[in-house]
Unconditional design. Structure first.
Length: 462
């Protein structure tokens, strides 16, 4: 795999400050496929200075021109979509078809949506005797995870550039090659030097330095709640803007009037896709007690069909973590009806698609984010009980409701403490705001709501 041995700063690939490097590993065969520099605080500082220097020019660039750069970026992502898919497959391990359909395609849709939005957005509005200007927040420090490596980057960088902000990105250490490819795409799209900068490196070193840097005005983070909490505390102490997209433990609520087989099959597919490494995955399936046994049998059958069609999880640590959760579930009284903690094959970080039945709401597997192909099926007595269980975690990122009538599902969804709900299997919408209630985060990404995260207002009175 192609890898740059420098950092993309101020419009060019520049030598890294230190000599330390990160090996990039293919999770399917555990082979090293590339090596990137491990950034230091000095690399971060150089990148932030470049972003600060570029800020006035980019902020003053007319929205139509910023829109044109984003449209060009989308076009590059289209032209290089096969390369994107192959790179994500190589470092994340996802099956190539999934990389093409999701990892390469979603960022194209999101970049395209921001190209359109930038061209039409009212960056100026009249409120009584005032004119309110929506101005860029400033320099953005973006810290992203590995699970949707390009999507997570584009969901921050596209709205930031649309708003007139400049960016320093610290991508996940497991998927830096996709980030380097993105930097090439930004360059090819004609985005001016310094507007976007990339520093690869480790979270506690380069990530921490970026979050702490006084030259950063907004820290936008996606990842674990543990790290998000630290970043939020740092930002609070420095009175900086912060956006946090954290974990989830979303409920898939199947009401008795629903098409049970469809709800279960779509629910299993939702959890198994990307090997369960999706923060918004519906990892808790809630089924009425009268339909419980049937639902469990359907879920076990559906999961077994996935077999070896899902990819591995991202690294050995995640594999051990996920297997540990399955074992903990069994120790606390859950019953394995598909999959299990045993490694399905000797090589690669694979975990079997697993379904746990007889899960109760207080169990660890019903409360903590597992981030692997593991579905827990819970039993509810009546609708109030289902709502109580659905809302009974610290998280509130996503969810699903299934019912015979849409109105019944909507009424239930309105009572859920969560940022997104799919009604009877609703489709992904790149313009719909995405983000968490409760400890799933602060702020929203995507669409116009995502754009406002990168804007601040200035009111002029007349
Ligand atoms: P993570 O540690 O929170 O990683 C997210 C990003 O933050 C990565 O770029 C990471 O760098 C960086 N980071 C780590 N420590 C940091 C620090 N002290 N200061 C600043 N940045 C820091 O998540 P992970 O270790 O990759 O995954 C652990 C768990 O997080 C998963 O099992 C899952 O539960 C959750 N997760 C959630 C999402 C989501 O979309 N909500 C995504 C991924 C993971 P490194 O890559 O070098 O660690
Ligand atoms: Mg980490």
């Amino acid at each position: 795999m192609k890898a740059h041995d420098g950092m993309y700063i101020d419009g060019a690939w520049r030598p890294a400050d230190g000599r330390d490097a990160i090996d990039v590993v293919n999770p399917v065969d555990e082979q090293v496929i590339g090596r990137v520099p491990a950034g230091t605080a000095l690399d971060v500082d150089t990148a932030v200075r470049a972003a600060r220097a570029a800020l006035p020019g980019w902020a003053a660039t007319p929205p139509a021109e910023r829109a044109a750069r984003l449209a060009a970026l989308r076009d590059v992502l289209v032209a290089r979509k096969d390369e994107v898919a192959e790179t994500v497959t190589a470092e994340l391990g996802s099956p190539l078809k999934f990389s093409q359909a999701v990892h390469a395609a979603a960022p194209i849709a999101v970049a395209g949506s921001y190209a359109e939005l930038t061209a039409t957005y009212a960056f100026e509005e009249k409120v009584g005797n005032s004119v309110v200007h929506h101005e860029p927040v400033g320099v953005v420090g973006a810290i992203t995870p590995w699970n949707y490596p390009l999507h997570q980057i584009v969901a921050k960088v596209a709205p930031a550039l649309a708003a007139g902000c400049t960016v320093v990105l610290k991508p996940a250490e497991d998927t830096p090659l996709t980030a380097q490819l993105f930097a090439e795409a930004v360059h090819e799209a004609g985005v001016p030097a310094g507007v976007f900068n990339l520093v690869t490196g480790l979270g506690p070193v380069a990530g921490q330095a970026l979050a702490e840097h006084p030259g950063v005005d907004l820290v936008s983070f996606t990842g674990s709640t543990a790290v998000g909490r630290r970043i939020g505390a740092l930002a609070g102490a420095a009175v900086k803007n912060v956006a946090l997209e954290l974990g989830g433990k979303s409920a898939n609520v199947i009401l008795p009037s629903a098409d049970l087989a469809k709800a279960v099959n779509v629910g299993v597919a939702n959890v198994m896709s990307n090997s369960g490494q999706t923060c918004s995955a519906w990892t808790r399936m809630l089924v009425h007690r009268d339909q419980y046994d049937e639902a469990v049998a359907l879920a076990a059958e559906a999961a077994a069909k996935y077999g070896d069609r899902i990819g591995p999880v991202v690294n050995a640590k995640q594999r051990e973590r996920v297997r540990g959760y399955i074992e903990k579930g069994v120790a606390e009284g859950a019953r394995i009806v598909a999959g299990g903690p045993e490694a399905p094959q000797e090589q690669g970080y694979f975990v079997s698609p697993t379904v746990l039945a007889d899960v109760t709401e207080d169990m660890t597997v019903a409360q903590e984010e597992i981030f692997g192909p593991v579905l827990s099926v819970l039993r509810y007595e009546d609708e109030e009980d289902a709502l109580r269980i659905a809302n009974g975690t610290v998280y509130g990122l996503a969810g699903a409701v299934w019912a015979g009538e849409e109105a019944e599902a909507v009424a239930f969804a309105r009572r859920m403490e969560t940022g997104q709900v799919d009604i009877n299997g609703g489709r992904f919408n790149p313009l719909a705001p995405f983000g968490g209630y409760k400890q799933s985060g602060v702020g929203r990404e995507l669409g116009a709501h995502g754009l406002t995260e990168y804007l601040q207002t200035k009111s002029l009175q007349f």
